[in-house]
Design a protein around this ligand. Structure first.
Ligand SMILES: [Mg+2]
Length: 189
């Protein structure tokens, strides 16, 4: 029997990861993804006030700012940075976004040697995403680890209620992915 898709409506909730999504995890920025002059470097304090290098593309930051200002999505941090996520936002001059509550954080190693999709474990980030849909809201989830850590069975029931985008970790969100997100958000406006 076909499972009914969750009925969702309203402004989508965007769960936004940091490393591999807005912070390109690499020493040298990929100029094939964004031109040289679009990349900016800064640092942000993580746990124990360690300054962490941040490499971001300004078109990605501008896109996030516009989505926020135009009320096209409600953006929430969903990252192992947890409450330190706001430090990254401040360092990049982004609006202040809340951190999505995830009691599951810390229940498993954050550096995972084995992709969870091959085990029976649930990725700590998944329940928070499921709660967005259970709450009746469309879900946009950008996370570079989604490709490795989610099973097809995790996302299949979501149908068109959710868009999961997994950027390349060394580049973060690409022009093509931003266009895809833009189109998806337009469907909900
Ligand atoms: Mg990441």
């Amino acid at each position: 029997m076909l499972r009914r898709r969750p009925a969702v409506s309203g402004v989508p909730i965007w769960l936004l990861d940091i490393d591999g999504v807005i912070n390109a995890v690499t020493d040298e920025p990929d100029r094939r993804v964004w031109p040289e002059q679009e990349w900016i470097r800064t640092t942000a304090p993580s746990n124990h006030d360690l300054e962490w290098p941040i490499l971001a593309a300004t078109p990605v930051l501008d896109f996030l700012r516009r989505v926020h200002e135009q009320g096209r999505a409600e953006i929430w941090w969903h990252s192992t940075w947890q409450h330190n996520s706001v430090n990254v936002g401040t360092a990049l001059g982004l609006p202040v976004w809340p951190v999505r509550e995830s009691p599951e954080f810390g229940t498993q190693e954050t550096e995972l040697a084995t992709p969870l999709a091959r085990t029976r474990q649930t990725w700590w980030k998944l329940p928070a995403a499921q709660r967005v849909l259970a709450q009746g809201r469309p879900l946009l989830w950008t996370d570079d680890d989604a490709r490795r850590q989610l099973r097809a069975a995790d996302t299949r029931p979501w149908g068109a209620s959710a868009l999961v985008v997994a950027p390349p970790v060394e580049a973060g969100l690409t022009p093509r992915q931003l266009r895809r997100i833009d189109r998806w958000l337009t469907n909900w406006s």
